[in-house]
Design a protein around this ligand. Structure first.
Ligand SMILES: C=C1C[C@]23C[C@@]1(O)CC[C@H]2[C@]1(C)CCC[C@@](C)(C(=O)O)[C@H]1[C@@H]3C(=O)O
Ligand SMILES: O=C(O)CCC(=O)C(=O)O
Ligand SMILES: [Fe+2]
Length: 358
C-alpha cells in the first residue's frame, strides 16, 4: 500500500484547476465508466413515526433498514430532526473556509498522527492515487464540562476568532448529528432483534469525527476520483451531500449512484458496526466522482465509540464470531498508519491483529 509517511507535497486547488492536465499523482487506475449508472436501492425512510414512538411505523422503518443493511448498508432518512436551515448553513459555510487562500487554510493543516485539520488531496499521506478533494476534519464528543464547546473552541483556536460563527454552526450541527446517530442506533438494534438500547448505550461517551469534503471542479474528471473506493472503518456515517451528485456504491457487482434527495441524509454503516452486527450487516464499498462543471460539497459525520471500548457483537446475535475483539483506537491507527482504507479494510485489519497478537 502506498502509505507514504508524511509527504511534504502541498497542492493548491486554485492553481491545479488552471492546468490543462491533472498531475499524474491524481490519476487512478481506470475502471469502466458506464455512461449512466443505475440508482442504488437506498430506501428513503421517513422518521416522523419513529420519533413519535409509533410502533407500527418504527417497525416498518426497522424492516427497511434491515433489508438495506443486509445488502449494501446504505439508506436515507427524511424528517430526521436536523433543522433544515442548520443543515443548509453547515453546507454553505464550508465555502468560508475552502475559499480561503491556501496559506490561511494551512493554519489548520492536519498534523501527523492526527485525524483533525485541513488536508489537500491527502498529499501529506499518500504519493499516488490522490483524491481530488480538500477536507477539513474535527472531533465532536458528547458534552461534559470541558467539551461543551469542543467544536467552536477548535475553530477559534485553529483559525482565529473571526471563525467563531462557523464554529458555532458546526457545534450545533454535530450535536444534531450525534442525536440522530443514537436514534438510528435504536432502529438498528430493533432491526437486528437486539435490545433496543444496546447499541445506543454502546455509543455513550462516543468521540466522533466531522469531515467537510470539498471537491473542486476537475478538468479531467474521468481520470481521477474525489474519494477513492473504500469502506468507512467507523461505525455509522451520516452524509449530507449537496445537489450535485457523485456518490456511488459498489453493489450487485456494479457501481450504482445515490442521486441527491432534497432534505434527506444518506446513512451507511461502517466496518465497526459490521463487526458489532457480527457480519450480518454489510459495510459497503463506495466512492465519490468529480465533474468538470462545478464543485461538490458533502459533510460526513462519523460516529465512533469510545476508543478503548471493546468492539464485540451482543451475545444474542447468533452464529460463530466473524471478527476478533478489537477497539476503535486499534482500527483507527491501522487505517492511519499501516493501511489505506479500501474494500478489504476490516478483513485485512483482522488478519493483521491476529498476526501481531500471536
Ligand atoms: C477513520 C476515518 C479514515 C477516513 C476518515 C474516517 O473518519 C472515515 C472514512 C475514512 C476515509 C474517508 C476512507 C477513504 C480514504 C480516506 C483516506 C479519505 O479519502 O479521506 C479515509 C479517511 C482518512 O482520513 O483516512
Ligand atoms: O462525498 C461523498 O459523497 C462520500 C465521502 C465519503 O465516502 C467519506 O468521506 O467517507
Ligand atoms: Fe465513506
Amino acid at each position: 500500500m502506498d502509505q507514504a509517511k508524511n509527504n511534504n507535497k502541498i497542492f493548491d486547488s486554485m492553481e491545479l484547476f488552471k492546468q490543462s492536465k491533472i498531475p499524474k499523482e491524481f490519476i487512478w487506475p481506470q475502471t469502466e465508466q458506464p455512461n449512466s449508472l443505475e440508482q442504488l436501492e437506498a430506501p428513503v425512510i421517513d422518521l416522523t413515526g419513529f420519533f413519535k414512538g409509533d410502533k407500527a411505523s418504527t417497525q416498518r422503518a426497522a424492516d427497511l433498514i434491515r433489508t438495506a443493511c443486509q445488502n449494501h448498508g446504505f439508506f436515507q432518512v427524511t424528517n430526521h430532526g436536523v433543522d433544515v436551515s442548520l443543515a443548509a448553513e453547515a453546507l454553505s459555510c464550508m465555502n468560508d473556509f475552502f475559499k480561503l487562500p491556501l496559506s490561511h487554510k494551512l493554519r489548520a493543516q492536519r498534523k501527523p498522527g492526527s485525524m483533525w485539520g485541513y488536508a489537500g488531496a491527502h498529499a501529506d499521506r499518500f504519493s499516488s492515487r490522490l483524491p481530488w478533494k480538500e477536507t477539513l476534519s474535527f472531533g465532536y464528543q458528547e458534552e461534559d464540562d470541558d467539551t461543551k464547546h469542543i467544536v467552536t473552541d477548535y475553530f477559534i483556536s485553529t483559525l482565529g476568532v473571526e471563525f467563531k460563527q462557523m464554529g458555532l454552526v458546526y457545534q450545533k450541527y454535530c450535536e444534531a448529528m450525534q442525536k440522530l446517530s443514537l436514534g438510528i442506533m435504536e432502529l438498528l438494534a430493533i432491526s437486528l432483534g437486539v435490545e433496543q438500547s444496546y447499541y445506543k448505550d454502546f455509543f455513550r461517551d462516543s468521540k466522533s469525527i466531522m469531515r467537510c469534503n470539498y471537491y473542486p471542479p476537475c478538468q479531467e474528471p474521468d481520470l481521477t476520483l474525489g474519494t477513492g473506493p473504500h469502506c468507512d472503518p467507523t461505525s455509522l456515517t451520516i452524509l449530507q451531500q449537496d445537489q450535485v451528485g457523485g456518490l456511488q456504491v459498489f453493489a450487485e457487482d456494479k457501481w450504482q449512484c445515490i442521486p441527491p434527495v432534497r432534505d434527506a441524509l444518506v446513512i451507511n454503516i461502517g466496518d465497526t458496526f459490521m463487526a458489532l452486527s457480527n457480519g450480518r450487516y454489510k459495510s459497503c464499498l463506495h466512492r465519490a466522482v468529480v465533474n468538470r462543471e462545478c464543485e461538490r460539497r458533502s459533510l460526513a459525520f462519523f460516529l465512533c465509540p469510545r476508543e478503548d471500548r471493546v468492539i464485540r457483537p451482543p451475545a444474542d446475535i447468533e452464529g460463530p464470531r466473524k471478527y476478533p475483539d478489537f477497539t476503535w483506537s486499534e482500527l483507527r491507527e491501522f487505517t492511519q498508519r499501516h493501511y489505506r482504507a479500501d474494500m478489504k479494510t476490516l478483513q485485512s485489519f483482522s488478519q493483521w491483529l491476529l498476526s501481531t497478537a500471536s
